[in-house]
Design a protein around this ligand. Structure first.
Ligand SMILES: [Cu+2]
Length: 504
């Protein structure tokens, strides 16, 4: 520990010099007090180095049943990284990742905290750990210039899961550049064991360019003040938890997600589509564990722990249930569960039969006749180019309505889709290549790898046959294939019907 204290003194001197010369930073620096006295019972504690993990990983559970002196070495780095496909952002990070490294300690531990600001950083940073009892949660004591290292010590008095974040002015800017993470203070008796633990944090990001606009994007202070984020993200990038980066578990396993919200501004209505949380630790407190919860609210600068058993295989989607954030701003991740089906818990679609409603046997004859007449009209219409043109136009208008209710959330109003997740319909070689296949996709949905305009997608589209009529399917495909630079013949109800009966 001797070398640390001499390092500490040197950095203290430099800090003092800096604080005299730099008025902007002057408010951040506090006098260096030197190492606190260490009572014999603390000096006698075993010393261990904390294991830190990048998201979505979580350090192993703590098995010791008595306190230790835990040394945490956390490095601040300013790094350029991917915020969306084709879009970069200069993230300010704890440990090189957004969120920052996960820290795991035990109630009663004495934590010797070292914040090291990499020499390549442009700015000073600090850390406010919500797990710390003391002014600023350590912020003033950890204010650190580039190329410096600060040390402070705290005792973990309260168990629970806590957010940490940078508290250097302007604080919202430091946070929305990615400076937040979680520290778990395990209760003395430990947490109930589970099979899999994951680390996920939501944050809102403000860029000068619009969502998905390429290149190196910069922070937009006005948007931040107005709380109008361009991106709302799980683990710092669009698609950070999608595809081969999805969280993975096996059917039958108990899963725990340590979920936090860095903000700086938005709360999260955290939900996993297709799962029910067996246990929620509301606001990450440990006393009142709630059961059977669908969606849990997590405040900015707050956290929660959710436990659930994944009973059946499939893809479960993590979202902020303020769903525009999930579908239009990136707040979406996936948990892929492998293993054997359990059709008692979830059957899959069991039956698809004809349902005639109140149509009586007597009525069915006349409706058959009506169908025949409609067919004759359709044939007449087809033969007349003016009427055919008008019908196509009408189909387009009706199709647009269908699209704006049923498709746009994923494929986007512009038909451009979402990089890496939802393929484009605009100028899609895949859509335009095969009419029957397009109908089949809308009817039955689509799973597995496909290539659209040279880009691979491996995701899932839900079937629409229970949501849309045959006519609506013809209309929406007519709209999609005659819009955004596409051109094709109108899709007819007959075509849809033919494919439907082929694939029954
Ligand atoms: Cu900072």
């Amino acid at each position: 520990m001797k070398s640390r204290s001499s390092l500490q003194l040197t950095s203290g001197l430099l800090a003092a010099v800096l604080s005299l010369s730099a008025t902007r930073a002057a408010e951040g620096y506090v006098p260096v007090k030197g190492l606190a006295p260490m009572p014999p019972e603390i000096a006698a504690l075993p010393v261990e180095q904390a294991v830190l993990t990048p998201p979505p990983l979580v350090p192993p559970a703590i098995t010791r049943r008595s306190p230790a002196r835990v040394v945490v070495d956390l490095e601040v780095r300013e790094v350029v990284g991917r915020i969306a496909d084709g879009t970069q952002y200069t993230f300010w990070t704890y440990g090189g990742t957004v969120p920052g490294s996960f820290i795991r300690i035990r109630e009663g531990d004495v934590v010797e905290f070292h914040l090291n600001n990499h020499p390549s950083s442009k700015l000073p940073h600090n850390i406010d750990l919500h797990a710390v009892t003391g002014p600023g949660g350590g912020a003033a004591s950890s204010f650190t210039a580039p190329g410096h290292s600060s040390q402070f010590t705290f005792k973990a008095l309260n168990p629970g899961l806590y957010v940490y974040h940078c508290a250097t002015a302007p604080v919202p800017m430091h946070i929305s550049n990615g400076m937040y993470g979680l520290i778990l203070v395990e209760p003395a008796e430990g947490l109930p064991p589970v099979d899999k633990e994951f680390y996920v944090m939501q944050g809102d990001f403000y860029t000068v360019g619009a969502y998905g606009e390429g290149g190196l994007q910069t922070f937009d202070m006005a948007k931040s003040i107005d709380e109008r984020p361009t991106y709302v993200l799980l683990n710092g990038a669009v698609g950070a938890l999608v595809g081969d980066k999805a969280l993975a578990a096996e059917a039958g396993q108990d899963v725990r997600i340590y979920f936090g919200v860095g903000g700086p501004n938005l709360m999260s209505s955290f939900h996993v589509i297709g799962e029910i949380f067996d246990r929620v630790y509301p606001e990450a407190g440990l006393k009142f564990v709630q059961e059977h919860v669908q969606t849990t609210l997590v405040p900015a600068g707050g956290a929660t722990m959710v436990d659930f058993k994944v009973d059946v295989p499939g893809t479960y989607v993590l979202v902020d249930h303020s769903l525009s954030r999930a579908f239009n701003k990136g707040a979406l991740g996936m948990l892929k569960v492998s293993g054997a089906e359990d059709r008692v818990v979830y059957s899959g679609k069991e039956v698809d039969s004809v349902y005639l409603g109140s149509q009586s046997a007597a009525g069915s004859l006349s409706s058959k006749r009506e169908d025949e007449l409609k067919k004759q009209i359709a044939a007449q219409i087809k033969a007349n180019p003016t009427i055919a043109g008008l019908t196509k136009e009408m189909q387009m208008e009706k199709g647009k309505q269908v699209y704006m209710q049923n498709c746009f959330a994923c494929h986007m109003p512009t038909g451009e889709g979402m990089a890496g997740v939802f393929p484009p319909l605009a100028k899609s070689d895949y859509l335009m290549a095969d009419r029957e296949r397009a109908i089949r996709i809308v009817l039955k949905g689509l799973n597995g790898k496909i290539t659209v305009n040279g880009v691979d997608y491996n995701s899932a589209m839900p079937p629409q046959q229970d949501v849309l009529t045959e006519e609506q399917i013809a209309d929406v495909l007519t709209y999609a294939t005659n819009n955004w630079g596409n051109a094709a013949d109108a899709y007819t109800v007959d075509e849809v019907r033919r494919v439907k009966s082929d694939t029954l």
